[in-house]
Design a protein around this ligand. Structure first.
Ligand SMILES: [Zn+2]
Length: 108
């Protein structure tokens, strides 16, 4: 059974047993809050990834935009199984652990 997570995303083809999975979990994380796209910088953790988000930040001193980046830890359910250098969409959810409150919802 695949749950509708309330976002316009392609649901994953495979099925997983992860209880935190937003699509198949028994204790699913519900999507609310912000949605970002970014590139995976680190996939060495079990079921979590670090996503790099590049954005432009206005600098008042120089009256122009400067490039900035941030690192966001996100849960990576086994049915999506995103790897390093993948472009992914992540969505905010309740805190899953001390640092993780985003979940990967789609590979782009
Ligand atoms: Zn799943």
């Amino acid at each position: 059974m695949i749950r509708n997570i309330g976002l316009d995303v392609e649901p994953p083809k495979s099925i997983c047993e992860d209880h935190h999975c937003p699509f198949h979990g028994t204790d699913p994380v519900r999507i609310r809050g912000r949605i970002f796209t970014g590139i995976i910088e680190n996939d060495k953790m079990a079921n979590s990834v670090i996503v790099r988000r590049d954005y432009l930040k206005y600098s008042r001193k120089f009256n122009r935009y400067e490039r900035a980046k941030s690192h966001i830890p996100a849960h990576n359910p086994p049915c999506i199984d995103a790897k390093k250098d993948d472009l992914v969409r992540i969505a905010e959810c309740r805190p899953i652990s001390k640092t993780v409150s985003f979940v990967v919802v789609e590979k782009l």
